[in-house]
Design a protein around this ligand. Sequence first.
Ligand code: UTP
Length: 275
Amino acid sequence: MIKKCLFPAAGYGTRFLPATKAMPKEMMPIVNKPLIEYGVEEALQACMTDMCIVTGRGKNAILDHFDMNYELEHQISGTRKEELLADIRAILDKANFTYIRQREMKGLGHAILTGRALVGDNPFAVLLADDLCIHPEEGVLAQMVALYKQFRCSIVAVEEVPEGEIHKYGVIAGKALTDTLVSVEDMVEKPEPGTAPSNLAIIGRYILTPDIFDILEKTPPGKNGEIQITDALLQQAKSGCVIAYRFKGRRFDCGSVHGYIQATNYCYENFYVEF
Ligand code: UTP
């Protein structure tokens, strides 16, 4: 039902400089697979087939990754090393990739609005590849699609975050519907210390209804002078419904060095099979 997944991937990734000077943050490997490939696999698992990627300058490695490399394929053809390409080949068989460039980095809300030309007038998912989410049976986007079928409104994934960390996130508050669902009534982007309305932080998974685009068109720059998706979502919540969902699974903030190292260790210990 939801076929399109938007990947805002235009950010500079300054926390990983100098690694990200010429290499996209989304191409940083967790063990031997780039972050964005994990994201695409999660979207495929949720039955999404159209990967819409918002890129910027210096991001061409993402386009090359999701394409054939005939020279390399020829070089390893018939050898055991072909096994190492099995996952990416499976992705290329199942998914379509489209790209659009965000020319100025005006924030996540602006990146999502830039994706409008790729997404069209349909509900769609947004996946921030630097949040790596792992659940052994059902990926977080698949969990959220099931909820979308029930509520037919925008859904944001949230996680409880310690008080000392909450100022780094968009934070929601609202009426609890169940243990895992909250009907959103308030949303604050990166609250000042001591002012967060709850400890529930929005992470990089969203299902959005397409009316968000008209709202984003009218959303002025907010925190840090950027167009914030949280400001647009608050508008949507006030005029309709937005659901916050405490997802099942584990999330690693791979936009930070600490989270990146934790994810690497976790994936190495749990999934890596020596070649
Ligand atoms: P971040 O806040 O993590 O920024 O963006 P960043 O540039 O990626 O990383 P740092 O903070 O400089 O280290 C959250 C997500 O939104 C995308 C980023 O690519 C990332 O996936 N984004 C952000 C855009 O696509 N465009 C923007 O203008 C801003």
